[in-house]
Design a binder for this molecule. Sequence first.
Ligand SMILES: Nc1ncnc2c1ncn2[C@@H]1O[C@H](COP(=O)(O)OP(=O)(O)OP(=O)(O)O)[C@@H](O)[C@H]1O
Ligand SMILES: [Mg+2]
Length: 258
Amino acid sequence: MGKFVTIHSFKGGTGKSYLSANLATIYALQGKRVCLIDLDFRAPTQHVVFEPKGIKRWVNDVLNGTAKVEECLVDCSSKVENKGTLHVGFADFSTEAIRDMISKGRKWETEALHRILSMRKELLENLKYDIVIADTSPGIQYSSINAVVAADVAIVVSTLDDSDIHGTTKMIGELYEVFQKKTVVIINKAIGGADFMDIDKSKIVEELQSKYKEAVIGLLPCYCEVGRMKRASIFAYNYPKHPFTEALRVIAAKIDLI
Ligand SMILES: Nc1ncnc2c1ncn2[C@@H]1O[C@H](COP(=O)(O)OP(=O)(O)OP(=O)(O)O)[C@@H](O)[C@H]1O
Ligand SMILES: [Mg+2]
């Protein structure tokens, strides 16, 4: 059976949405049946990457219990020139929907957890995706933690900023361990430019490994060309030989083995 992989972080802007879209692309190009779900209801992003036309149902509707998951999935395989299957469920980016999702209470979130768990089952067991990647909001609010609870593998993306490492370590220790999730860490936007190339990256990983009990499965430098690229042009697809893409392919292979 396939895997439900949740991509989360303590702080915002660590690269979750970017890595989600690029990992989904890498898996689709390998011929896998891939589903990407935007569970970041506070700041939906994936519609900017995949530019879907005429969305009828949103992931919000699935969590509200008014739509089935297959009704919200859009075939975005053309983004990878139909070299693989890439279906995406989008979060409603209207102001009303964002306000609505932010104002949900604990009771609704408890129901939403059951719906995410049913969604996971439906996607993996009936719709037979090889991999489902869920992009989430940063921080410890219920909606993201629900996605972590539903995950087979939880990936936490952190930068090398001390405050990020501190918050991430605390979040994993206090929350993830309660759920006993298989958790791995990706360090993204590490330092920068040519300087970084001279540094022994394994030393940094070793040092981080002593802070995190979880495996650090990748360390991605901050590349100006990655940050500059328009969202709609998926980096891993357009630059398959770039070191960023090569490193992401290694990460994808490590996720496969978890
Ligand atoms: N390795 C990298 N090098 C340079 N820029 C990067 C890298 N990874 C991501 N970025 C850039 O960082 C910005 C933020 O990325 P992204 O939106 O994926 O973060 P996020 O964690 O999803 O944010 P949020 O917490 O708001 O959802 C984007 O402009 C993206 O292009
Ligand atoms: Mg995001």
